[in-house]
Design a protein around this ligand. Structure first.
Ligand code: C5P
Length: 318
């Protein structure tokens, strides 16, 4: 007998494999307030997703036993494969929230520089949330995923949204921003990562004895992205963590100097670093800067990207 009732579409076979792509980010503005009782700093930040992507392939594990993680791409040695991997934790947290079995094989294809201050681990977690929700057929909406994401880390909600967005609280409370056009970015990657907690600690040390103001969003940044005005954006970019990152890694100043000499409109440390981001006027300027940075011998690699880029989305489901 046909199992589909009359008038109803036959039930689709359960998915066995879902591929989700999620973007890297930089902070166009990162305003940091005083250390709170909870061990976190209140932020006012403007996230901007760029066209460097990680992909997460989620596949059913009929044998059970919880999540397993495999990583392919660059910087593999620095990505954990156990429960300290954010994508693994994302799968477990989502399963816990919806009463699903967390049995999934996650393959992370890295396109985002590892340990770079571009939130690659957070992109993987966001991609894992979207792929597992689809694979397991959960009735999780965007708000559910954003809630689980915020528990995993301050930077995890943003790659779900992508585009450009204001982040407040720990950076996890998001409001999408209007933008026009696209911006061209060049990223200089460093040999060694920088620890986010260590950069925040240095921020506290550098500001010891001073009154740190409550962070506010810079309207100049918002106006620049809304009008697509690259020169106005260049003048408005800011990162309160930059002095701390430069103090821990003085060589980053050399990269900023190369960018200024090679015609970048602006340069700044991306998030807590050590990646340095440069805003350029067009793809030709990006090429000139890429050559200057690559031949300097001062960075591990150079990447070009455009922003804003879309948030985590399914690119394959079977
Ligand atoms: O949330 P996430 O795991 O990225 O934070 C890592 C660490 O960075 C925190 O434990 C905290 O020390 C520091 N942090 C902070 N204020 C924030 C975000 C992160 O002090 N808003």
């Amino acid at each position: 007998m046909d199992s589909a009732r009359e008038g109803e579409a036959p039930e689709a076979a359960p998915l066995t494999r879902v591929v989700v792509r999620a973007p890297a980010k930089l902070n166009l503005q990162l305003a940091v307030g005083p250390l709170g009782q909870d061990g976190f700093h209140p932020l006012a930040t403007v996230f901007h997703a760029v066209s460097l992507f990680d992909e997460v392939v989620a596949e059913r594990r009929a044998e059970g036993g919880g999540p397993v993680v495999t990583v392919v791409g660059e910087g593999l040695a620095d990505v954990p494969l156990d429960s300290s991997n954010l994508a693994w934790r994302a799968a477990e947290a989502l399963a816990g929230e919806f009463g699903a079995a967390p049995d999934v094989a996650l393959t992370i294809r890295k396109g985002i520089p590892v340990a770079g201050g571009m939130a690659g681990g957070s992109a993987d977690a966001a991609a894992a949330l979207v792929s597992c929700a689809r694979l397991w057929g959960l009735s999780a909406d965007r708000a559910d995923l954003l809630r689980v994401a915020a528990r995993l880390g301050s930077d995890v909600p943003f790659p779900l949204l992508g585009g450009t967005a204001v982040g407040t609280g720990r950076g996890d409370r998001l409001t999408p921003a209007l933008t026009s056009g696209s911006f061209h970015w060049v990223f200089a990657l460093s040999e060694q990562g920088l620890s986010t907690p260590a950069v925040y600690r240095r921020f506290d040390e550098l500001n010891a004895g001073r009154q740190v103001a409550a962070p506010t969003v810079d309207e100049r940044v918002m106006t620049a992205v809304r009008s697509g005005d690259v020169r106005a954006l260049a003048a408005a970019l800011s990162n309160d963590l930059q002095p701390a990152a430069l103090s821990l890694r003085p060589a980053l100043q050399g990269l900023l100097d190369i960018g200024a000499d090679a015609g970048a409109l602006a340069g700044l440390v991306s998030g807590s670093g050590p990646t340095v981001a440069f805003l350029v006027g067009d793809a030709d300027a990006a090429m000139n800067l890429t050559v200057a940075l690559s031949t300097s011998g001062m960075c591990r690699a150079v990447r070009y990207a455009e922003g804003p880029a879309p948030g985590a989305r399914v690119v394959e489901a079977a």
